[in-house]
Design a protein around this ligand. Structure first.
Ligand SMILES: [Zn+2]
Length: 312
């Protein structure tokens, strides 16, 4: 990058200097003061006036000057192209590992998609080709260990999913409102998870992160230095509370329920590995009240978190 800037600067200086030098040369030779027969070629005036021959010579010299300028410009451009080629070859030589990994990742995705496309006929898409009708607006953490197949083996047209670090409402409010107000999902669910890196960062010193990452961590309201397992629960509760504030009318009218859960792929909460643990329903976090609530009727096997029993 620096070499490119230097090369461009040098090429520009060469071109400007050449152009100025040629212009000075041209002006000194062809000012009206010097436009006398003695500066013209001897014996070629013929029947024409001195002014005519002055114009002939001037045009000829002007063409010469412009030819010199084009020559220097060509040299400068060739130099730039060579510098660019040199830098490009250097950059390619410096990143073979990154290139290989990206290539492998792209092949993985494309190959999977080819298999998916060849194994799903038009019947598969028919029910949602023209319109989506999801049941759930889901705000999940972006963590790569947290995926829809843990809650829905066929998520197409079921889940309007929004993902960000820390499963946050604040950094995705527009998308969430779209799911609730335009797609009219009856359920808004916030999905936290065990070993969440965003919550781990939020309870720690993240001042060294980039401004964009800091902005997203700033909206995770957790206690500095607190235990991550507890703060993962607190974060889910905060997200539910923020959503309840925004969708107060929908919840009061019974057209929307806001639920907070934790997907525990490590069994950190000791209720079974891979379990989805209910933490909060419409602001209620008491496990006894939750178990009796209408929302969990028919869900006898549901895991409900008792936050008071979390070990320190
Ligand atoms: Zn996470």
């Amino acid at each position: 990058m620096i070499l490119s800037v230097i090369a461009i600067a040098i090429a520009t200086v060469i071109w400007i200097k050449t152009r100025l030098a040629n212009r000075r040369l041209f002006d000194s030779q062809f000012s009206w003061r010097n436009a006398t027969p003695q500066v013209l070629r001897p014996g070629v005036q013929g029947a024409h006036s001195a002014a005519f021959w002055w114009r002939q010579v001037r045009d000829c010299e002007r063409a010469t000057v412009e030819w010199r300028e084009r020559k220097m410009l060509t040299k400068a451009l060739v130099g730039l192209l060579m510098a660019g080629a040199f830098l490009a070859s250097g950059a390619m030589a410096e990143s073979p590992v990154v290139g290989d990994r990206a290539h492998a990742a792209l092949l993985y995705v494309l190959e999977n998609n080819a298999q998916f496309a060849s194994s799903h006929g038009s019947d598969y898409y028919a029910r949602f080709t023209d319109k989506q009708e999801p049941l759930v607006t889901m705000v999940s953490c972006s963590d790569s260990r947290v995926h829809l197949h843990a809650v829905d083996p066929t998520p197409d047209n079921d889940v309007f999913v929004i993902r960000n670090i820390g499963n946050q409402f604040a950094t995705a409010q527009g998308s969430v409102e779209y799911g609730v107000h335009h797609l009219h999902t009856p359920l808004l669910m916030f999905v936290g998870h065990s070993a969440c890196g965003a919550v781990t960062a939020a309870v720690s010193d993240y001042s060294g992160e980039s401004p964009a990452i800091k902005r997203e961590l700033d909206t995770i309201d957790v206690a500095k230095g607190a235990e991550v397992k507890r703060e993962i629960v607190a974060n889910v509760n905060h997200q539910v509370a923020a959503a309840l504030q925004r969708f107060e009318q929908e919840v009061a009218a019974g057209t929307l329920a806001v639920v907070g859960v934790i997907y525990d792929f490590r069994n950190d909460y000791e209720m079974g590995q891979g379990q989805l643990i209910v933490v909060n329903i419409n602001g209620e976090t008491d496990p006894e009240i939750l178990r009796k609530s209408g929302m969990l009727q028919g869900a006898g096997a549901a895991k409900i978190l008792d936050a008071s029993r979390l070990s320190d």
